[in-house]
Design a protein around this ligand. Structure first.
Ligand code: ADP
Ligand code: MG
Length: 414
């Protein structure tokens, strides 16, 4: 009864129990726009930030249409294919879709690299309707004839911009080319760089374009702060922030894997239960870190951008940017890890004077200034001193650069 709103979009009764169990009452904006078009069989280009509910937006119509085929799954021949950039994201989609498919006979499976292929091969042989995959492992298993894409009717590219960022463009094109021309295609992406637009133009047929809420709306409900602090004092600063009473679960972001390990180690040394998660860790270590974080054993996860992509954990109260990302868009992705599904959240950024340019780029993107707050910590390097040093070295560099130019000029004049 609570799901009248989903039924109005064309979602069948069959999915009601699962929607109730997930507590989905009101469709999100992207669900509202994409579901009717997808149920009709149209191609869709979806542009939406993390946390806008894309999984159900493509998942419910995909399951509904494949269920309506009413044919048993065939060995090694999936009919629905979802490509995702990371194993975490693939697993998350698999989990969510499996819950939605509970009342259907559909069989779903997930494949990704970094683990042995035998269980995946066995699963594929036993027959799947829907395969969720990362591109590398999928191509690998295709080349070994364990997966055949000739029966694919629905193809979904999730987080297309990230797939391309991670260098999967050629793999993705190969996979698309291995599916039948006549198919339903969906492409979802948070951003639309040229490479994604080109891919969309190639793979989508007369797509319905659905775009949700401009960026600043997504981040508006998150309380954002910036603290100017020299890099050597950032550990003291993050510790100070994490010890605040209102911090229940936090994700700290670093730019590098090495940085993530170092910050996690130092926090543990300071008695804060932190775990690092990044691409160099084994799948087991990553799952362990995530499970620990989900069940509350670990309350601080230190992550790199790619590792954290698509991780969906409820109850993250704080995001701390140990460093600002190179791409301002990543800032929005990062802080979107908190304040999910309507909850309030806080995002705190530690900014060394050398990062001020990046801070301005972020502020331009979100179209608002971020409140600056000093922390009550003992600093070893006052920020003002760094700023002065920077100014001095800029002046010196300027002088150095000018001198030879003048000489050339006088030689030319001679
Ligand atoms: P995205 O893929 O856009 O990042 P997800 O599909 O992972 O977003 O959804 C983000 C979170 O919001 C998940 O926890 C999901 O269960 C929840 N969610 C999605 N749609 C709804 C809805 N209609 N009602 C309530 N919660 C929702
Ligand atoms: Mg998603």
């Amino acid at each position: 009864m609570s799901n009248d709103l989903f039924q109005k979009l064309g979602v069948s009764q069959k999915f009601q129990a699962a929607l109730d169990a997930a507590n989905f009452v009101t469709p999100s904006q992207i669900q509202d726009q994409a579901i009717p078009a997808l149920i009709e069989g149209r191609d869709v280009l979806g542009i939406a930030q993390t946390g806008t509910g894309k999984t159900a937006a493509f998942g419910l119509p995909l399951l509904q249409r494949l269920d309506a085929r009413n044919k048993p799954a065939q060995s090694n021949h999936p009919v629905g294919l979802v490509l995702a950039p990371t194993r975490e994201l693939a697993i998350q989609i698999h989990t969510e879709l499996t819950a939605f498919a509970a009342a259907t006979p559909l069989r779903l499976g997930c494949i990704y690299g970094g683990v042995g292929q035998n269980p995946q091969v066995k699963m594929l042989r036993s027959g799947l309707d829907v395969l969720i995959a990362t591109p590398g492992r999928l191509l690998d298993l295709i080349s070994q004839q364990h997966v055949k894409l000739g029966h694919v009717e629905i193809l979904v590219l999730d987080e297309a911009d990230r797939l391309l960022d991670m260098g999967f463009i050629r793999d993705v094109k190969k996979i698309v080319a291995a599916t039948p021309r006549k198919r339903q295609s969906l492409l979802f992406s948070a951003t639309m760089p040229d490479a994604v637009s080109e891919l969309a133009a190639e793979m989508l047929h007369k797509p319905v374009r659905v775009e949700v809420a401009p960026k600043q709306v997504t981040v508006e409900k998150i309380d954002q702060r910036v603290t100017m602090v020299a890099t050597p004092d950032k550990l003291a600063a993050i510790e100070h922030i994490l010890r605040r009473d209102d911090v229940k679960k936090a994700i700290a972001f670093t730019r590098t894997k090495h940085g993530a390990d170092k910050v996690a180690r130092k926090l543990r040394n300071a008695g804060i239960n932190a775990e690092a998660i990044h691409g160099n860790k084994s799948q087991n270590a990553r799952s362990r870190a995530l499970d620990g974080f989900k069940n509350g054993d670990t309350w601080v996860l230190v992550a790199t951008d790619i590792a954290a992509r698509g991780i969906d954990i409820d109850g993250v109260t704080h995001v701390v940017n140990f460093e600002l990302p190179h791409e301002p868009e990543s800032y929005v992705h990062r802080i979107g890890r908190t304040g999910r599904a309507g909850a309030a959240g806080s995002a705190w950024s530690l900014v060394d004077p050398s990062e001020v340019k990046r801070l301005r780029a972020v502020e331009r993107l979100i179209r608002m200034p971020i409140t600056q707050e000093d922390l009550d910590i003992e600093v070893t390097v006052p920020v003002e001193r760094i700023v002065q040093q920077q100014q001095k070295s800029h002046q010196e560099q300027g002088q150095k650069r000018r001198r030879p130019r003048r000489r050339r000029a006088s030689r030319a004049a001679a």
